[in-house]
Design a protein around this ligand. Structure first.
Ligand SMILES: [Ca+2]
Ligand SMILES: [Ca+2]
Ligand SMILES: [Ca+2]
Length: 505
């Protein structure tokens, strides 16, 4: 009886799907069919289109990994990490229960599949937060005087058992990755270096210098901290003196007897990371949240310094005399009352970094100094809540297929703030942006991640479950285009060229 009920429930669910499909049109007249694949996931954070033609999904708050059939929406949980998380669901507790403790930014975040997942290397890599320093303390569990909320993240490799549909045999690559209630990044990608594949993880600057972390030292420029970095690991351990070594010995900041996973420095909160070859050259592209301006697109390279918090966006001087953050707390250091250093001039800072300094290939909204000064003064004086045009890029994919005319070699960037997918056309070399910033699929939604089918005809976008951050794109559940905790499919509809329709003889 129960089985019958379940079966009929599934039938009703799948039968209901086609009714919700609709046509949406892009800025160049491209037509897509929009269809909701699955709803009410617990903050789907990473969606990856697997070689098995399933979507592999992490849920940031639900702490599960699933395989979702994109055609039917059927979901199979292959791993539950709730037992590994050593702090409760603060987001589900009221103030009295939690003492004001905060859910960390993200939670269960990145997932990457080994390129030979179905050919003898059934490995799945995951990044998730597992401890909170303040879990057993009263109050909010954060350090006094805005000293920060200290969490710790873990990078693990599981083995996928296709028979039982479970992830098994966890091996820890690192379990000392710093984390925070803010700016954890957490995106994983696999990319080759000199013909060999490696695992890359973005780690944010912890929000050190703003809000509850206003007095936490910012370590994005320190080569002895993993905060504000892109890290590189081996896909398989190397045995050294009977111990597993996951950190490549030729990483740029490794010293004798002191391995370092750091690949690049000077990052704020890089939530987008994807590799692709463009006209024969491979690039590791990244998107990154800026402070009051300057969301960045970068090409990540070995040993390079991406400037934060000393150069913001382009080395163009718009932050001269300013800082990457400010607080209303007079007890915190400097003109801007923050551990973020005051930027004398961006040019001098970039010069001091020398050849390692790398400008973004694109920066969204590089506001002028006067605009930034006014916003920062308002925050410092605690006199209202200024807003500034920005995108809040949550991820990044590279579109290399030929399926959609005019799209080949574009960067696709989901936006949290404005509920849209941004398309940026790469130049022929793949190392710059050409043409306009194009917006697709606008909705009162926080788009979290993107996956593209290998043939390029289908795009999948995941959406946050709740609006947690400030911004004008608060989800309105009354809006027909709102969708919480969803994966939405956009299928390209090839243009019907009338000239090609054969005439009757
Ligand atoms: Ca993805
Ligand atoms: Ca930068
Ligand atoms: Ca700048």
């Amino acid at each position: 009886m129960l089985r019958l009920l379940l079966l009929s429930a599934i039938c009703i669910f799948t039968a209901a799907l086609p009714a919700s499909s609709q046509t949406v049109t892009g800025p160049l007249g491209e037509e897509f069919t929009r269809r909701v694949v699955i709803k009410k996931l617990s903050d789907p954070w990473e969606i990856t289109y697997g070689p098995d033609n399933f979507l592999w999904v992490t849920e940031a708050k639900g702490y599960t990994v699933s395989r979702v059939n994109p055609a039917s929406g059927e979901r199979t949980v292959i791993l539950d990490l709730n037992q590994e998380r050593k702090f409760p669901r603060y987001d589900q507790q009221d103030e009295e229960q939690s003492g004001g403790k905060r859910w960390p930014q993200g939670g269960l975040m990145g997932l990457a599949l080994h390129p030979q997942l179905l050919n003898g290397k059934p490995y799945v890599y995951l990044a998730y937060i597992y401890t909170f320093e303040g879990a057993d303390k009263t109050g909010d569990g954060c350090r006094d005087k805005e000293g920060g909320c200290y969490y710790t993240a873990r990078l693990v490799r599981y083995t996928y058992n296709a028979k039982t549909q479970k992830l098994t045999k966890p091996l820890i690559l690192s379990d000392t990755i710093p984390a925070s209630n803010d700016h954890n990044s957490g995106r994983l990608a696999i990319a080759p270096v000199a013909g060999k594949d490696y695992l890359f993880l973005t780690v944010g600057d912890m929000g050190a210098g703003q809000y509850a972390n206003g007095g936490r030292p910012n370590r994005a420029q320190s080569s002895s901290s993993y905060e504000g970095k892109v890290l590189r690991f081996n896909l398989e351990p190397i045995q050294t003196n009977g111990q597993n070594t996951w950190v490549p010995t030729d990483n740029p900041f490794a010293e004798a007897g002191r391995p370092s996973a750091i690949w690049s420095t000077g990052h704020r909160n890089a939530q987008g990371l994807a590799y692709a070859e463009v006209n024969g050259t491979g690039y590791l592209y990244s998107s990154e949240h800026g402070p009051f301006s300057d969301d960045e697109i970068n090409i990540i390279q070995k040993g390079k310094n991406y400037g934060h918090p000393l150069v913001i966006g382009y080395n163009d001087g718009n932050y001269d005399g300013l800082a990457a953050g400010t607080t209303p707390h007079a007890f915190l250091p400097g003109t801007w009352q923050t551990t973020y250093p005051t930027i004398s001039t961006e040019a001098a800072n970039a010069k001091a970094m020398g050849a390692a300094y790398h400008d973004p290939i694109f920066s969204f909204h590089p506001h002028a100094n006067a605009f930034l000064l006014a916003a920062m003064k308002q925050i410092r004086a605690d006199s209202g809540k200024p807003d500034w045009p920005s995108e809040a890029p949550s991820s990044l994919a590279v579109y290399t297929a030929a399926a959609i005319p005019g799209w080949q070699n574009s960067l696709l960037v989901p936006s949290l703030k404005n509920g849209k997918l941004i398309r940026l056309q790469l130049n022929k070399q793949g190392n710059g942006i050409t043409g306009d910033t194009l917006s697709y699929f606008r909705a009162p939604i926080r788009y979290r991640d993107i996956a593209v089918s290998p043939d390029g005809t289908r795009l999948y976008l995941s959406t946050d479950s709740v609006t947690v951050s400030s911004g004008p794109s608060e989800e309105d559940p009354q809006d027909e285009n709102a969708c919480s905790g969803c994966i939405i499919e956009f299928t390209y509809k090839p243009a019907r060229n009338k000239a090609q329709i054969p005439k009757n003889p």
